[in-house]
Structure formats: C-alpha cells, structure tokens
Design a protein around this ligand. Structure first.
Ligand code: ADP
Ligand code: MG
Length: 495
C-alpha cells in the first residue's frame, strides 16, 4: 500500500550542533517541568526520568483536528446514553461475559447494583476518544510509495476510553516542551499552530463539578491508584492542581489494594475511607485483571459501586467503554437507538472503521474468514485496556485458526487496521547515548471529554483538551509508559 507522507513543521535534518544543543536543553526542560515517569527497569520512587518525547510537534491537518474536537460532545452524549441502556449493555456483552472472566466479573457487579438500585444515580465520565489519520481514504492522483497527503484525508476512531484516561498532564506538557524547542530553533512564528490545551484544568474541573454536586464540603475526592505507579506525574499533577486551585477540596490518594481494609459503607451508603467521606472516586487503576489481585479486589469494587460516591467511572460507564460495545455500536442502525439527530448519527458513523464481532453467527463466521485470509488488514482485540493486548499480522491468523471452533472467539473483536500517514521526527528517549536520527513516525490523537449526568439528564458535557502520542511507523503499539511511544503534540497545518 502507498505510504502517505506529511512534511515536518521544520526542515530536517537539523545540523548536528544545533540538534545536540536543543536535545540537551529540551531533556532538562522536560525533567524540570515534570514531563516524567518512573523507570520500569530501575524503579526507585525517589527518582524520575523524562518521558520519551518527539522533539518537534507532529503535523496534523487542522480541519481534522477541529472535527475531532467538535465531535467530542456528541461522543460524550453517546457514551453516556450507552452506559444507561441496560438492555443494550446486556445484549451486546452477553456472549463475551460467558467466556471473558474479567468482563464477566464487571458485569456481575453491574447486575447487582442495577437490581439493588443505584445509590448514586450520577456518573462522572472523564473520557478520551483516540483517533488516527487514515491514509487510505485520501483521494489523490499520486504515484509511487511517497504520495503527498490529499485534502480529503480523515481520521478514524481507534477506541474510546472511559476508565483511567491518561495524559491530562503529559498532553499539555508535551506541547510546552515543543514550544520551548521551536523557540530555541528560532521558529517563534510557528507557535500559533500549536493549539492551546487545557486538559489538566478541564479534567480536574470535571472532578470539582462532581464534588460540588455531591454537596458535602467535608467530603473528599479519592484518587485510586495501582500498587506501583510508573506514570506518577500524570496522576499527581491532577491532585496538585486541585489542591492548588481549590484548597477547600480534600484529595485522598489510595492504592486500590489498601481499600479492602480502609473502605467502609455506612447505613445510608456513604463511602468512608480512613474517616473521610468520599464524594468522588477517580480510578487510575482497576482496568486490568491483575490490578484486582483476586476476589478481594472485586469485593472492593462492588462496595464502592454500592456507595453514593460519584464514581469515575461507574461500573456501567466502564462497561460502555469495552471494545465489544464499541463493535456493537458500529453495527448498522445501532446509533439511532441513542442519537435522534440524523446529522449527528452521520457524523459518528463516519469515524468508525470496520469493526466485526466473532460471534457464532453468519457475521462472525465471515469475520473469521476475513481474518484468516488477510490478517495484515486487521487488528484483533480482546476485552482489555492499557496497551499490549492486541494481536497483529500473521499472529491473527494463528490465533483465529486456533480458537475458531471454541466459544473463546466471542471475547474478541476484529477491527480494520488504520494506516496512518508517516512523517519524520526525532524521538528523544532517556538513557540514549547517541543523538537521535530523524525517523519515520505515526501519531494517535486523543480528545478528552467530561460528562456528568444520570439516566434522565446530562448536566455537564464538554470537550476539554487533547493529547498526541507518536511511535515509530514500524511498531504495532505505542504505549508511552511501555517505552514504545513518545509524548507529542499536534502542529496544525492547512493541508
Ligand atoms: P488499549 O485499550 O490497550 O489502549 P487500543 O484499542 O487503543 O487498546 O489499541 C492499542 C494501540 O494499538 C493503539 O494505541 C494503536 O497504536 C494500535 N491500534 C489499535 N487499533 C488499531 C487499528 N484499528 N489500526 C491501527 N492501529 C491500531
Ligand atoms: Mg488505547
């Protein structure tokens, strides 16, 4: 397939002396401004290292950026309505929960609190819709391997996250590093093409709004985290932002595993942790089986769901963000169930790429055949979050062949592989001795949304910022915490 190429925002390569100077100072800039993580290989709570970053902001078509920003409130509304549709969640997840224990456990909690009646009718959604530009849908007349991006290039949705949507801090921080770099390189005039990004303020604002709705000035916001946190800056900056800008609001940080001892429910369903009433529970964990540590973790999750604290996410929001639900939503005629305005339905439908179930029916059988015949055209996804779980290329054929007669296949979805345009950039990584070379990279944009509401009404619905992650064009996944991706931010260009 022809690879489309975008021209970088600064002519590359940079001369060696300039590159050396700017890389050295940008690394220090990142370290001193908290664009950092803890090392996975040399873990030490006292030591941070800068997160890998792209030296220059990656070019992104301005119109497509604006389209992503503008559609976010519609996606917020969609996800909110999906989360509150018991019949839809039940039917979409029916086959998956029979074979996928993790989703099954979540669903049991959902059924329990649904049948008991929700003690807290409101949910707080801090969502992130992830998208990639698609080269294939461009119309152009070019030839050969390197074809300029045509004006019709558009993005497609990768997924929408409803739990632990990260980079509210590292997103804006990336653009600050790159602003510094562009200035150092003498390109002050280019700064206007880096869109403002107030993701941290917007996401924290969502938590504060939920806290106010809870209406108990003594109650706290509780941030629930993993036992070991690598992505510490991206969590703590939220906490520090709230403490600094709303000193009246208490913030508690607790490991999920600590809560089995510390979390208690009162008779009127108030959640208490260490003597503090909790108004808002913000999860930065609990999206992977291992983070539950067995039955105790599931008991804790149920206890929290039963409480009248406002959860981010509530269990139904969490289920609405599963890949199986994403696939069900792409089914013809499905969006109309949630969104009545036909222009909005059309706008959402355009962002879906092909999504197929592997259920035991004629559609599922066809998807199995497609995956085996052309594995390189697809990504095979289980019901997991957090990166590193999907299957690509020839491995898809192997796995689908192996499970095609077993029920297990219904826990997976098949998605058309998006082929984003490439561009050159320098990726700066910690521990790198040599100067980086310009390399071919591709990017994934995430747009943040905040939504608060219950089954009847939506009280808050906003788009609040963005993040961009960039990876080498040759790797399948680009998790920054996993070391494969790099912080980046969009450079808007009228292509
Ligand atoms: P997770 O919940 O683990 O983040 P994602 O669906 O976001 O799962 O997939 C992880 C990564 O895999 C994405 O960030 C992206 O780099 C890559 N990826 C996922 N789906 C596609 C796709 N359809 N086409 C191309 N790359 C994809
Ligand atoms: Mg993802």
């Amino acid at each position: 397939m022809a690879v489309r190429r975008l021209e970088p925002c600064v002519q590359l390569p940079l001369d060696e002396k300039t590159l050396k100077e700017v890389v050295t100072s940008a690394r220090d800039w990142a370290l001193m401004h908290g664009a950092c993580m803890r090392s996975k290989t040399n873990y030490n709570e006292d030591i941070l290292q800068f997160a890998p970053f792209a030296l220059l902001p990656s070019v992104f078509p301005r119109k497509e950026f604006e389209r992503a920003v503008n559609i976010q409130p519609i996606l917020n509304e969609l996800m909110h309505k999906v989360a509150h549709d018991h019949e839809f969640l039940t039917s979409s997840l029916k086959s998956t929960i029979e074979v996928d224990e993790f989703t099954g456990n979540m669903f049991k909690i959902y059924e329990t609190v649904y049948n008991e009646g929700f003690a807290q009718r409101l949910s707080l959604g801090l969502l992130r819709s992830d998208v990639m530009l698609e080269s294939c849908c461009c119309l152009d007349e070019g030839h050969g391997d390197d074809i300029k991006l045509a004006p019709y290039c558009c993005w497609k949705q990768v997924e929408i996250n409803t739990i632990a949507s990260g980079f509210g801090w590292l997103g804006p921080a990336s653009s600050h590093i790159q602003r510094y770099v562009l200035r150092e390189l003498g390109h002050e005039e280019k700064l206007e093409n880096l869109p403002p990004n107030s993701a941290l303020a917007g996401l924290c604002g969502g938590m504060i709004k939920a806290w106010k709705i809870y209406d108990n000035p003594k109650a706290v916001i509780m941030i629930v985290v993993e036992d070991v946190t690598y992505n510490i800056c991206d969590q703590r900056f939220h906490e520090f932002y709230i403490r600094e800008n709303h000193p009246d609001v208490g913030v508690l940080r607790r490991r999920f595993s600590e809560l089995k001892e510390q979390a208690k429910l009162t008779d009127n369903k108030a959640l208490f942790v260490d003597g503090h009433e909790v108004a808002v529970v913000y999860y930065r964990t609990a999206y992977e089986p291992a983070q539950y540590g067995g039955a105790e973790g599931w008991k804790t999750r149920l206890l929290i769901e039963r409480s009248k604290a406002i959860k981010c996410p509530s269990i139904h929001y969490h289920l609405a963000g599963t890949k199986k639900v994403q696939q069900a939503l792409a089914h013809p005629g499905c969006l109309e169930r949630f969104i009545t305005d036909s222009a909005k339905v059309e706008a959402i439908r355009e962002i879906f790429t092909g999504l197929y179930s592997l259920d035991f029916d004629e559609h599922g059988d066809r998807a199995v055949d497609m995956a085996i015949a052309n594995p390189e055209r697809y990504v095979l996804k289980p019901q997991r979050e957090g990166g590193g779980n999907n299957v690509y290329g020839q491995k898809i054929r192997e796995i689908v062949e192996k499970m095609k007669s077993s029920k297990e296949r219904t826990a997976w979805i098949l998605m058309e592989r998006i082929a984003p345009p490439v561009q050159k950039n320098y990726i700066v990584r910690p521990g790198q001795n040599n100067l980086p070379e310009p390399t071919d990279v591709v990017s994934e944009l995430g747009i943040f949304g905040v939504v608060i509401g219950d089954a009847e009404k939506i009280l808050v619905n906003e788009q609040v910022g963005h993040m961009l992650r960039t990876k080498l064009s040759t790797v399948d996944e680009g998790g920054v915490a996993a070391g494969l991706g790099a912080l980046d931010s969009p450079y808007l260009a009228d292509l």
